[in-house]
Design a protein around this ligand. Structure first.
Ligand code: 3NM
Length: 346
């Protein structure tokens, strides 16, 4: 009876875990194929055993594990990716339990089927974990050590993550390749297992070597199509400065575009020209992939960017030069909440 109970409990555990992941694919990633693959696995798992044969053994309220489960803090999740990983572990461990119990019950054929489901689940986990999605978020932080008041890029990245910033871009034009690679490895280690995406500017090789989430390209960098050949799994963003460039980036399959410079900035050398707020407004009305406004944005002018349709704001000097990054992020968010425009989305 105990083994039947074990199978019943694990069937529920596995299917519930798969349901959570299926919902994440459906509502968060909006990935039809993965949602379908996960639903099919769930159906196959249910179909393989007649659950009515096991349900009689169920004693859910008397489960000695329930009290522990209700009080433990070990299952707290700090991020979306932790939630996905935890649910895959639940599924895989549950499948292994079922597999072992079936063997003892002499149901070897069925046990082998559960082993195959477990391997299918490992494979799906890999596909799900490597999915990248540009987050709906407000602040896009870009690093620049020269403007960081003596702090290192690593210290700034830590502070941005702690402040809840969801995207960090590494952008260092003057450092050596070796230094850039080393710093990118260190920043990737900081963002791993958080909800913060790590994007590398220009260097496709470094983005791949440090397993970044994305690559940001300028107008004179690699074309998106070529970059995609080597990095089909990366988010790719492109800086645009006019309507034609924005339309071309969409056509070529960019995941998001930079829109700027919105205002005057000292940060970028050889800065391009753009129609500033009018360009932001045009993009917000005509371009349907995410866009990130950039160039001279600070807490005094961010409201005008938002009023013109900006939703995500990339900043270098305003963030990294700040004495207290956490307070700066709080102030910017307070500013964004007080002004009209699209709904606040942090
Ligand atoms: N790209 P700050 S403007 C890196 O218009 C960069 O594409 C721009 O720095 C573009 O926030 C810019 O200090 C500099 O003005 C942004």
């Amino acid at each position: 009876m105990g083994l039947e109970r074990m199978i019943d409990a694990n069937l529920n555990r596995v299917c519930e875990g798969l349901r959570v992941i299926e919902d994440c694919m459906r509502f968060v990633h909006e990935d039809e194929k993965l949602q379908k693959d996960i639903r099919e696995l769930k159906h196959d798992i249910r179909k393989t055993l007649d659950s009515t044969a096991f349900i009689n053994s169920r004693k859910a309220l008397e489960d000695v594990g329930l009290a522990v489960s209700q009080t433990t803090l070990l299952d707290h999740k700090n991020s979306f990716s932790q939630m996905i990983t935890a649910n895959f572990k639940r599924v895989e461990e549950g499948l292994r339990s079922i597999e072992e119990a079936l063997k003892v019950l002499g149901l070897n054929q069925k046990s082998k089927m559960y082993e195959a489901y477990r391997f299918k689940s490992y494979d799906l986990e890999k596909a799900v974990v490597s999915l990248k999605r540009f987050p709906e978020t407000d602040i896009y932080g870009i690093l620049c050590e020269d403007l960081s008041g003596g702090k290192s890029n690593i210290e700034i990245a830590k502070a941005l993550i702690e402040s809840g910033v969801k995207i960090i871009q590494y952008r260092e034009k003057e450092k050596s390749k070796m230094e850039r690679l080393k710093e990118c490895h260190a920043i990737k280690a900081l963002t791993a297992n958080t909800d913060c995406l790590f994007i590398v500017n220009d260097d496709l090789d470094i983005a791949l070597l440090c397993d970044a989430d994305g690559l940001h390209l300028g107008q004179d960098d690699l074309p998106i199509k070529e970059a995609r050949k080597l990095a089909p799994h990366l988010l790719i963003g492109v800086s645009t400065h006019c309507i034609e460039q924005a339309m071309k980036a969409v056509e070529e399959g960019a995941d998001y575009i930079g829109v700027g410079p919105v205002f005057k900035t000292q940060t970028k050398k050889n800065i391009e020209k753009s129609d500033g707020l009018a360009y932001v407004k045009w993009v917000s009305q005509h371009i349907h992939i995410p866009h990130v406004c950039i160039g001279g944005i600070n807490s005094n002018n961010i409201e005008s960017v938002k009023e013109n349709g900006g939703r995500c704001f990339a900043m270098i000097s305003e963030l990294v030069s700040s004495q207290d990054i956490n307070q700066k992020v709080v102030d910017i968010r307070a500013c964004l909440q007080n002004i009209k425009g699209d709904e606040y989305i942090a």
